[in-house]
Design a protein around this ligand. Structure first.
Ligand code: AMP
Ligand code: MG
Length: 484
């Protein structure tokens, strides 16, 4: 099938058995390979001769030697309420591989059938949401934002009931870890301090090896600080790129700080600070501008779970890292987006005023910053044209040009650097919607083309200009179903 240069491991099975249930996948019928990530496979240490050979594995009809599928047990806070019943309800951890560069990869088959944690669910995933997850994880990776990845996805004949009957699909999601904040909540609230310690040591050994040699108290303290900081930095990156996650429950928070679990997510088109992309989120708990706060609340849930084995003051100190790490990283990102390198006391004011203006005038977030990255090549028109009232743009541009006078970098150098942080291409909801419709009609080529563009979001790619266009009116406020 393929030439492997990875090692097989399954370190998750070293945890106490309460952390998982062994489950065989329920096979899907007549699977068809939709998309295979050859570049990722090669990074992971294997070469694929025929992608179609992997379809049966994606369908859960075949396992490779060494695969030992388990559904992971975790709990978590969903919309602020603790739910003890969670766990992999439709995904199975198949094994872990270690690539030639030493990177560890969990292989998780999402859509593999029911497990003891499925509750009322059918254990399946549909084509629509699987394509969205595939596209978004690869788009985030292209943007340089930590994320789980998509190795391949299949579609199948089986009908799946959602609001209507849809096509079944499955995604081979890979990540350096599938351990969530919710794993710690499960250990703390149901298993006791020994299990919690075992989980913590497992995570440190695999993902924070630089902490291993520290004495226990320091090791735990530093580890928690690092998790808090990674979470803060991740969310600062989301804010800077205009990404809304939509379901920031603590069971969807990765312990290593990856973007995890793509549901009703959205990238902002017209900037709206209070944008809510999840249509079941009636109170706007996970609105774009609440994400930094929610990230902190999730760190508090994790902190609570650590209290049985960590001192309260230490945990509190760790939590305090959140605000500083978030503010520092957010400012750093925004200054880079504006092309500002020289320190200037007024910059935070400029950043906040810019957000207020984008919000008030509902300016397309991505095109605004990309336009600023080409001012000296393309002039001010691409920026001004985003405003119904051009005088607002002119006033802002005047202030910005005045600020640029303090910069010592040349225009060309600055704008080149800005184009490496301000994407031209993002996964707008309407673009995803278009390729999903084509895929539902059996044509996966449009999805593959979009994927190719999103892999290099900072490159001009003039032949794909259409993917950088403003959304048409129908595409601006799509109702993305959360039933995935
Ligand atoms: P999510 O909202 O995707 O993060 O899912 C929350 C929980 O519901 C997780 O424990 C999932 O495994 C489970 N779940 C979601 N969809 C299904 C489904 N179709 N069948 C079984 N479990 C599901
Ligand atoms: Mg989830």
């Amino acid at each position: 099938m393929s030439k492997n240069s990875f090692q097989v491991e399954h370190r998750y099975l070293e945890l106490p058995d309460s952390f998982y249930s062994r489950v065989q996948p329920s096979p899907l019928s007549e699977p068809r390979m939709v998309c295979f990530n050859q570049a990722l496979a090669s990074d992971m240490g294997f070469l694929v001769r025929d992608e179609n050979d992997w379809a049966a594995i994606g369908a859960g009809a075949e396992l490779l030697e060494g695969m030992d599928p388990v559904a992971m047990k975790y709990t978590g806070h969903q919309f602020g309420m603790y739910n003890p019943e969670l766990g992999d309800g439709r995904g199975l951890l198949l094994w872990e591989t270690v690539g030639p560069d030493g990177t560890r990869w969990d292989w998780h088959l999402k859509g593999a059938g029911t497990t003891p944690y499925s509750r009322f669910g059918d254990g399946r995933a549909v084509l629509r949401s699987t394509i969205r997850e595939y596209l978004c994880s690869e788009a985030m990776h292209g943007l340089g934002i930590p994320t789980t990845r998509a190795l391949f996805m299949i579609s199948a004949k089986d009908p799946v009931r959602r609001e209507s009957i849809e096509t079944a699909a499955a995604l081979m999601r890979v990540a350096k870890s599938h351990i969530r904040f919710g794993h710690f909540e499960f250990a703390a609230h149901h298993e006791g301090p020994e299990a919690l310690k075992t989980l913590l040591e497992h995570v440190i050994a695999l993902h924070f090896p630089h902490l291993i040699s520290l004495p226990e108290e320091q090791r735990y303290a530093r580890w928690f600080e690092e998790v808090v900081e990674r979470t803060a930095r991740l969310i600062a990156k989301w804010q800077a790129v205009g990404f809304c996650h939509g379901v920031m429950n603590s069971d969807n928070m990765s312990i290593i700080g990856d973007t995890f679990d793509y549901g009703p997510f959205a990238f902002l088109d017209d900037f709206d600070a209070g944008f809510v992309c999840n249509h079941s989120d009636h109170e706007g708990r996970y609105a774009y501008n609440r994400q930094p706060q929610v990230g902190f609340i999730n760190c508090q849930y994790l902190a609570n779970a650590l209290l049985p084995i960590m001192d309260e003051d230490t945990v509190r100190r760790g939590l305090r890292r959140y605000e500083t790490a978030y503010n520092e990283h957010f400012k750093h990102q925004m200054l880079a987006k504006l092309g500002l390198e020289e320190a200037d006391g007024s910059d935070m004011g400029l950043i906040m005023d810019t957000f207020s203006m984008l919000h008030e005038h509902r300016v397309d977030y991505t095109r605004f910053f990309r336009g600023l990255s080409n001012l000296h090549d393309h002039g001010t028109a691409p920026v001004r044209d985003l405003f119904a009232d051009r005088s607002v743009a002119d006033e802002w541009l005047e202030r910005y040009e005045a600020r640029l006078q303090k910069e010592t970098r040349g225009h060309d150098e600055r704008e080149y650097a800005m184009r490496r942080v301000n994407p031209k291409y993002i996964l707008r909801n309407y673009l995803a919607q278009q390729v999903i419709l084509e895929a539902q009609n059996g044509d996966y080529e449009p999805m593959k083309e979009l994927l190719k563009v999103l892999e290099k979001p900072f490159d001009e790619q003039p032949e794909y200009e259409k993917y950088a266009a403003l959304p048409p009116d129908w595409g601006k406020h799509l109702n993305i179903s959360c039933s995935s």
